[in-house]
Design a protein around this ligand. Structure first.
Ligand code: C2O
Ligand code: CU
Length: 486
């Protein structure tokens, strides 16, 4: 069976479910005769997306109607490693949505990608996600439908999977960095402008951390502080640096790495694109500080947090960093790995051509209407673009892979802008960069600079997994493809 036939059949079945025509929710997976493993939830979560008011411009300024999960901006979910999470998503937004648990290795059917893995959840609808959480770390979740609009309005949650083997820190703080596109009355400006979408993205001018302009955080003098820093912005690339204390990078995208002194990094900063996370250990000075944490990328430095001493650390001052236990992830076999190379490009006419994969069926059309994408194509991967606007045909997969086999993927950025590239459902090893700027580490998103080639490797997990730029406007104007792993 060709991919096209398989997709249209699945699309039709899924559409049937989405519009109340069919019986079962998910179509049987073609070519995947897998019996789903028994899932015994150990924790249940209800996750309702809706609107709420938040004073983003300041306490005396008009409030903004944002989107949030459970009326709690950047809702924090903290669970122990090994949790079997059953999350019932309820859509109380005026538009369709889904939930994607970013960076989590999980069964494909709960990955939250409209068309590919599930029908969209219409307003008033619900969907239950069953997510095994075996990898400890700092993760997040967000919609995968009109993400520029919905995440732009604040719809993001934080998922912390805790490892009981972690060393004891004296304090821990979660820092969610996100800018907002606001007018001076607290209303939203258009989330995307053509000039942004086709270039570096459309930036918000109201910069916040956890929805505030700045945070003063308490930490004992001489103590060890764990900062979990998440770039949940739609667009902005940030250069994170710490001043006034010794600090180490101890995890990237949730996954531990041997601690890297922040001082040893070029310019003393870690460059982080949308969707990327870092855990940083800060050792508070014995006299208390203060210590500042900022984004040094623009000349106008955004100092988003200050650590101020509150009391004295109880344990004696330690020497050297506190390493987190090494991640337990499938290790790709680089000797046998199959090699693929994908180039990120500005879209050409050839890239947006009609691939003719879907029949002109009203049911299929209704589903494709809910592909949740932008109206124009500006970008491509390997000369293919995810459908936008009137071009509503799912392209064939960028690659067909075999479950359990190792793959080495080169991502070549031939554009004039940086792109943080994300692969769903996997933690990949970042092997290196043509610019030699990256330490070896595991990640789910990797930043590629203009003219740079980055190599990653992973063991393929079964499913249809999207591979896209996490600058949301880029993804929604074509820079998204998918791998089929069987
Ligand atoms: Cu956070 Cu498709 O990704
Ligand atoms: Cu991009």
């Amino acid at each position: 069976m060709t991919a096209g036939a398989a997709i249209s059949r699945r699309a039709l079945l899924a559409a049937g479910a989405a519009f109340g025509v069919g019986g079962t929710l998910m179509p049987a997976r073609t070519g995947l005769a897998r019996v789903p493993a028994a899932f015994e939830p150990t924790q249940r979560l209800s996750l309702a997306a809706g609107e709420m008011e938040l004073r983003l411009l300041g306490p005396d300024k008009p409030a903004t109607r944002i989107y949030a999960y459970d009326g709690d901006p950047f809702r924090l979910v903290r669970v122990p490693r090994g949790t079997r999470l059953e999350a019932r998503f309820e859509n109380r937004l005026p538009e369709a949505s889904t939930v994607h648990f970013h960076g989590i290795r999980m069964p494909n059917e709960y990955d939250g990608v409209p068309t590919l893995t599930q029908p969209v959840v219409q307003p008033g609808g619900s969907f239950t996600y069953r997510i095994p959480l075996d990898d400890p770390g700092t993760f997040f979740f967000h919609p995968h439908c009109d993400e520029t609009g919905q995440s732009g309005r604040g719809l993001v949650g934080v998922l912390l999977v805790e490892d009981p083997r972690d060393p004891a820190f004296d304090a821990e703080h979660v820092l969610c960095l996100k800018d907002w596109r606001l007018d001076d009355q607290g209303g939203f400006l258009p989330m995307s402008e053509p000039d942004g979408a086709a270039k570096a993205g459309t930036f918000g001018a109201t910069r916040t951390v956890n929805g505030r302009a700045h945070l003063d955080l308490a930490a004992p003098a001489g103590g060890d502080v764990r900062l979990r820093i998440l770039n949940v912005d739609s667009t902005r690339i940030m250069d994170i640096g710490v001043e006034g204390a010794e600090a180490w990078l101890i995890a990237i995208d949730g996954h531990a790495l041997p601690p890297v002194p922040m001082d040893s990094l070029p310019d003393g900063i870690w460059r982080m694109g949308p969707a990327q996370r870092i855990d940083v250990q800060v050792r508070m000075p014995a006299h208390g500080g203060p210590v500042t944490i900022g984004d040094y990328r623009a000349s106008d430095i955004f100092t988003f947090a200050t650590l101020v001493a509150a009391g004295q650390a109880r344990r004696p001052r330690r020497k050297g960093p506190l390493a987190l236990p090494p991640p337990k992830l499938p290790l790709p076999d680089l000797k046998t790995a199959e090699f693929h190379s994908f180039t990120l490009q500005q879209a050409t006419d050839a890239a947006v051509k009609d691939t003719g994969l879907l029949p002109d069926d009203p049911l299929a059309k209704a589903l494709i209407d809910s592909l949740c994408v932008g109206s124009t194509t500006y970008w491509s991967i390997a000369q293919q673009s995810w459908p936008t606007g009137e071009a509503r045909h799912l392209p064939p997969p960028l690659a067909r892979m075999e479950a359990g086999k190792s793959y080495r993927i080169e991502i070549k950025n031939e554009t004039r802008y940086p792109h943080p590239v994300h692969l769903h459902g996997h933690a990949f090893a970042v092997l290196g960069s043509s610019k030699g700027r990256l330490p070896k580490h595991f990640a789910d998103t990797v930043l590629t600079q203009p003219g740079e080639a980055v190599e990653i490797a992973f063991v393929a997990a079964p499913g249809d997994w999207v591979f896209h730029c996490h600058i949301l406007e880029h993804m929604e104007t074509g820079m998204m493809g998918w791998f089929r792993v069987v």
